[in-house]
Design a protein around this ligand. Sequence first.
Ligand code: GDP
Ligand code: MN
Length: 355
Amino acid sequence: KTFAEPITEPKSKNLVRPYDSLAGTASATILCLTRNQDLSDIVTSIQQLEEQFNNQFGYPYTFLNDEEFSDHFKNEITRLLPIDREVHFGKIDPEMWDMPDSIDPEVFKSKMEQLEDVQHANKASYHNMCRFYSRSFYHHPLLAKYKYIWRVEPNVNFYCKINYDIFQFMEHNNKIYGFVLNLYDSPESVKSLWKSTMNFVKKHPQYLHPNGSYEWLKDNVQKPQNYEITGGYSTCHFWTNFEIINLDFLRSKPYEDYMNFLESEKGFYYERWGDAPVRSLALALFADKSRIHWFRDIGYQHFPYTNCPKSPAGSDRCNGNCQPGSFAPWPSLRSENCLPVWLEHIMTQEELESY
Ligand code: GDP
Ligand code: MN
């Protein structure tokens, strides 16, 4: 398969290199949502991102938090980065973050008792976070001036050198979304998401993109256990802890209308809809699939999943930092990988060869 060939970067004629005049000039920021106590974990992520990519391009950082960042947090982050680096720290307004009035806290509590097996379902803050990353973050005033964000979480690893400007790659190749990992989800967390989404689509059939990736969302080759309870959603999704987004897509009418509809369905609280399946459904239905890019070349880990590219012989780009082709530390987790479905059923041969 083409995608098993060694790779250092996308096959694109117009990659912007560190010393090109366009390097670092895209309208873009690296976005980190964290709590004060996540300081050391976000520092390890940033250190690696700087080393592998950003010290050559100098993109600004935006830190967001539902509480005020402490002086300690801000000082340590500022001290970590070059002195001329733009860094913003922002607080998220409660109406963007907190459980909205439409949610009854008692109903929420009892619903979550039934979802006790779903990861983080019992934490209201996790629901807040998923709703925030689905429908609110791109309205934060600190992001108003940017076109692209690269989302980075605490405790992730970047294993390989990136010698081209990722944001300019998005811009010059007309991409709206970049991902590295593609997984199945826990069906219990999104029980009614598919049904709700289909109701939305019935009301707005004009939003469906003719070159969408509908097949990826439907029953496919390898289904997760109990997937039937979703009513037909395969649960495949882009793993959003890494995502590079053209915010114009989120700020578009189909996406905004879809978010308002999902909000009215209350599944961010009465179920545990994740921002990953929500974002993925929106992209698969409303976006041109040729504008969604798998960054096969980016070595990345968020526990427990890894994307580790195979480098050409003699290349020290990944410096032996990860095991090429490895996906998870336990073989039993291999069945969580939905990438083969994306590659085999959604990408054309031509697109595969462009990797
Ligand atoms: P997981 O990867 O799905 O297990 O979730 P994480 O715990 O990594 O949370 C996802 C992202 O949201 C990370 O960037 C966290 O730092 C952030 N996050 C989660 N909960 C909160 C919260 O209550 N407050 C803030 N400020 N950030 C949060
Ligand atoms: Mn995480």
